[in-house]
Design a protein around this ligand. Structure first.
Ligand SMILES: NC(=O)C1=CN([C@@H]2O[C@H](COP(=O)(O)OP(=O)(O)OC[C@H]3O[C@@H](n4cnc5c(N)ncnc54)[C@H](OP(=O)(O)O)[C@@H]3O)[C@@H](O)[C@H]2O)C=CC1
Ligand SMILES: CC(=O)C(=O)O
Ligand SMILES: [Mg+2]
Length: 767
């Protein structure tokens, strides 16, 4: 980690450390929690959940153990088990220090594939005892993901567990890494036009990950005699003093060669694979590689070499790391959530070679497949066409689960290990889309678009500590260039008090409302704009002194910024008045409106109109829905629109029911390609079953994600109630619809996180 050829750590590293520690500590400790899935609200629930009712599923399972998959959460529960002996590239830091990584794997299992995880850190180094402890967990778990257990013990532990248990056991560092690097190798070689049987492969590391990668690569066609492996003592070769005592896994790759060091072995290498330690590959070694080399530097968190160092000596290399901040992230996160999803769903008793190969095939093919709109949105501004900077899919590619899990389930059935083979794979594939658009992944496309544009975003309430803290995150993340309106001395004092690192000029721009060279031009422009609304020059001057939102709007209008955020203080309507006067409606829009997003645990819901139109007409509702649909697309979410009401498909003839019915009709005419139905009850909007019971030919499938409410009260009340009841749901909004330029009016209750999210949204909308 502290190699002098690595880029300087500096302030960015310090900021990352601080942000990572805060992320783990706040607002709750750690990253995961256990949540009940059944109601426990009254005496009856209690007698069903616990004594006496609980005895019935117990007895059913005693009579038929297969029932456990039916009556308990075991079938969706994976144990991420470690003893902390090879934690990332940090080494043997022990089981307690490994816990953040295991919780992290738990988060990824849950977010990417809906799988629950118990992270289990065992204080045990003896392989036999480790096997005993883990095997004893079989009744608890539907699968076991071994993690960060060092080689060679990990090989023994996994083999013994596989022999004993009838649930899938998968050592992620071996097989997850091997699957993804196998796919990356195939695709990279296709790009450089080298046949796999002819390549010289040099591998740094001979542990869990490296050996498993090698086994898969040999299976894919790499010749054993073309492989050179280096461990902490040098090249693994027959004349080494410890050659005879090497573990069997290393013996398999022992060479007869004069090469003794990594530098020796690298001469003429076509491919470098690193599963070892930070910074061991030096630029001068890369310089000696063959033409069009492939470098997979997978050590985490610091790779064997950074891409910028490779670039200094080669412009013909294909480069991948295990990190998310460079192109080509070769990381087992692309595999383990989905291989377990497929395995659990078909009741696989083990993970077979066929299942692993299905993963390699799907991952490799996905990088070459057409990009969907959603993936393009998630990675806006990045080149996602198969090529040197895109040899494997990205972790946020929604297609990973849709393609890998069914392929794994199919392979499990073909290799005879599926106890519940999936009969209708297409229906299964469809059902997997429920995992795709979940909390946490939702802001991703917006952040990507913001980063690509790096717009200048004005914070009207630049003195507010939330704006300052948000600006710090925005600068650190490279989401936008903040422009803060406020008195410089006050801002400087508050930056210092909050311990922020913002520097005027370098990170942020200031607009001093008491002294800005543009003041005269701004008030003159404003007066010209509002002259026929009774605004005199002295009123214009005073208004520009008084309202920071007005200043921000004028600067945005002049093109001195790309987007504006206001509303941290004061009433929504006051801010909207300025936006209406200065920015106005965008072409074709007839009204302003707002949509709020609720990122709940199980779903993301957008509600409109939460802040502007008190009793919108059917025509307005249809237009608001159309504008909100465009926002959903910005999140990469395919919109499903429901016009909700107290009425269900004509069950009421009250005016508001008729209005919602008419609105749905108008919306369908306006956006014929968008899934939509109405009017309907709120529960029907979220359940196709309820809808179909009323109207089999409903024009909406699955769950609606955009709800149009009949009036402001209903929308605002529903939003706030859901906000309070939806677990630790995050909200985004209000998103202002209809404005001619990107402006959003926040609310006084906004948190720093909301301000950051809204900054990204505003910057993403910047032209
Ligand atoms: N990107 C990804 O998806 C993944 C990346 N990894 C990374 O791979 C690395 C190894 O993990 P894992 O296999 O689980 O750990 P192991 O402890 O099982 O293996 C580590 C290996 O690295 C070797 N090694 C240590 N230092 C050096 C050195 N200076 N030069 C050459 N070899 C060295 C060790 O040698 P010796 O045998 O002599 O002790 C050992 O063979 C970690 O950095 C980890 O983060 C792992 C899994 C997935
Ligand atoms: C990614 C991973 O599992 C590791 O680096 O250990
Ligand atoms: Mg690992």
């Amino acid at each position: 980690m502290h190699d002098d050829t690595l880029p300087q750590a500096g302030a960015a590293e310090a900021a990352l450390r601080e942000a990572a520690l805060d992320y783990h500590r706040l607002p709750s400790r750690g990253k995961i929690a256990v949540t009940p899935t059944k109601a426990l609200a009254n005496q009856r629930d209690l007698s069903l959940a616990y004594s006496p009712g609980v005895a019935y599923p117990c007895l059913a399972i005693e009579a038929d153990p297969n029932c456990a998959a039916e009556y308990t959460s075991r079938g969706n529960l994976v144990g991420v088990v470690t003893n902390g002996t090879a934690v990332l590239g940090l080494g043997d830091i022990g089981p307690l220090a490994a816990k953040p990584v295991m919780e992290g794997k738990g988060c990824l299992f849950k977010k990417f594939a809906g799988i629950d995880v118990f992270d289990i850190e065992l204080n045990e180094k003896d392989p036999d005892k480790l096997v005993e402890h883990i095997a004893a967990l079989e009744p608890t778990l539907g699968g076991i993901n071994l993690e960060d257990i060092k080689a060679p013990e990990c090989f023994y532990v996994e083999r013994k567990l596989k022999e004993r248990l009838s649930i899938p056991v998968f050592h992620d560092d071996q097989h997850g890494t091997a699957i993804i690097s196998g796919a990356a190798l195939l695709n990279a070689l296709e790009l450089v036009g080298k046949p796999i049987g002819a390549i010289k492969l040099v591998v740094s590391g001979a542990g869990a990950a490296a050996i498993a990668c090698l086994d898969v690569m040999v299976g894919l066609g790499v010749k054993r005699e073309h492989i050179y492996v280096i461990d902490s003592k040098g090249v693994i070769q027959s004349e080494r003093a410890d050659a005879a005592k090497l573990d069997e896994s290393k013996q398999r790759y022992c060479q007869q060669t004069p090469a003794r060091t990594l530098a020796d072995a690298m001469h003429g290498a076509d491919v470098f694979l690193g599963c070892s330690a930070a910074g061991v590959l030096k630029p001068e070694m890369v310089a000696t590689m063959a033409a069009r080399p492939v470098i997979l530097a997978l050590a985490n968190p610091e790779p064997e070499i950074r891409p910028e160092l490779v670039k200094q000596v080669r412009d013909d290399a294909i480069m991948a790391t295990g990190r998310s901040d460079y192109p080509n992230q070769v990381n087992n996160v692309l595999c383990f959530p989905y291989i377990f999803r497929g395995a659990l769903d078909c009741g696989a008793t083990r993970i077979t070679e066929e299942m692993k190969l299905a993963c390699v095939r799907e991952i490799a093919a996905l990088a070459k497949a057409e990009i969907s709109d959603e993936v393009a949105a998630a990675y806006a501004g990045q080149e996602l066409h198969f090529g040197p900077e895109y040899i494997i899919p990205k972790p946020f590619d929604a297609r990973l689960i849709l393609r890998i899990a069914p392929a794994v389930a199919e392979a499990a059935a073909a290799s005879g290990v599926a106890t519940r083979p999936i009969k209708d794979l297409e229906a299964y594939r469809q059902s997997l889309s429920r995992f795709v658009y979940q909390t946490g992944l939702v802001m991703r496309p917006v952040f990507a678009a913001a980063k690509a544009r790096k717009g200048r975003v004005i914070y009207a309430e630049g003195e507010d500590e939330r704006a300052l803290r948000a600006a710090q995150v925005v600068v650190d993340e490279g989401l936008a260039r903040p422009i803060l309106i406020g008195r410089p001395a006050v801002i400087a004092q508050r930056i210092a008090r909050a311990g922020l690192r913002l520097e005027v000029g370098r990170d942020i721009e200031l607009v001093n409302p008491e002294d800005d060279a543009r003041y005269r031009e701004c008030w003159e422009d404003y007066q010209r704009l509002m002259g026929r609304e009774g605004v005199t020059p002295s009123m214009a001057k005073a208004a520009l002194r008084r309202s920071h939102t007005l200043i921000g709007s004028m600067l945005l209008r002049r093109g001195d910024a790309d987007a504006l955020l206001c509303g941290l203080v004061g009433r929504f309507e006051q801010h909207l008045d300025h936006v209406r006067d200065v920015i106005g409606l965008r072409e074709g829009a007839h009204c302003f409106a707002t949509v709020n997003a609720l990122l709940l645990d199980e779903r993301t819901l957008f509600l409109a109109d939460t802040f502007v139109n008190e009793e919108p007409s059917a025509e307005q509702l249809a237009e608001i829905a159309a504008m909100a649909v465009d926002e959903l697309r910005r999140f990469g979410i395919p919109p499903k629109v429901a016009f909700v009401s107290h009425s269900m498909f004509g069950s009421s003839t009250r005016p508001s029911a008729k209005r919602m019915r008419e609105a749905a009709k108008r919306f369908k005419a306006l956006r014929p390609g968008v899934a939509c139905d109405g009017e309907m009850h709120g529960d029907a909007a979220l359940s196709e079953e309820i809808r179909r019971n009323f109207l089999p030919e409903t024009t909406l499938s699955g769950e609606a994600n955009l709800l149009l409410l009949p009036n402001l009260d209903a929308a605002n009340i529903l939003f706030n109630v859901l906000k309070m009841t939806g677990g630790h749901g995050v909200t985004v909004g209000p998103v202002l619809l209809g404005a001619a330029q990107p402006v959003h009016i926040l609310t006084p209750s906004s948190t720093v996180r909301r301000v950051v999210n809204m900054t990204a949204l505003a910057a993403a909308g910047a032209r």
